[in-house]
Design a protein around this ligand. Sequence first.
Ligand code: IPE
Ligand code: IPE
Ligand code: MG
Length: 235
Amino acid sequence: MEELKHVAIIMDGNGRWAKKRGLNRSMGHKEGSKVLEELCLHAVSKKISYLSVFAFSTENFKRSKEEVDFLMNLFIEMFRKKFKELHKHGVKVVFSGRREPLRQDVLASMDEIVEKTKDNDKLVFNICLNYGGHTEIIDTTKKICQNVIDGKITLDDIDDNLFSKELYQDLPPIDLLIRTSGEYRVSNFMLWQMSYSEFYFTDTLFPDFHKEEFDKAILAYYERDRKFGGVKLEK
Ligand code: IPE
Ligand code: IPE
Ligand code: MG
């Protein structure tokens, strides 16, 4: 079976988790942030090299100001305080997404954690924040066009490999994509990188998606038969 190098998670269901308990949606996000830390440390112990997570989509700005503000403040708290443990375990944090229109204090906390963890080499933790799959492809296309205009590359240089390298982060393809909370859609997540991903959907809401659940997804992955368009020879 193909090695499991890159896992991606669409962390969904925080709001419903809170609602079920008669709590404010924010409490679901807070609980979700704890689970995220647990899963990241678990990925390190499982020797997974890349973990990408969907933390905030470009579309999530449609939510109430109260919820958006809560999430932005939670991000700052996570990057400034909570992620100390991740740093100790050799996690390198990178971000994918547009900087505009994120708040200055959010951007500053992101820059800090990137700088602090840049030499770590146990796991690349790619946090998609103010991220959209279409926007990533558009931004990358513009960057490549500019390189052609500037004469740095020619049209013939553009291929799969070059395009992948010019995306927000230079990551290997996603092997396993997990979505929690029983929704069967990709919601504009890493469209380019998921071209041959194995999908794992679970009804479990993200704040309940602990490391045992993560293990179930990993196990399911190793039972899949990946063919990449070819034909497997019978043994
Ligand atoms: C995912 O949980 C977290 C973010 C999108 C930021 P939701 O907030 O989407 O939770 P539900 O889908 O409303 O339950
Ligand atoms: C996707 O979840 C975005 C994140 C997990 C950050 P949403 O809850 O925003 O997606 P939809 O609206 O159900 O498609
Ligand atoms: Mg949702």
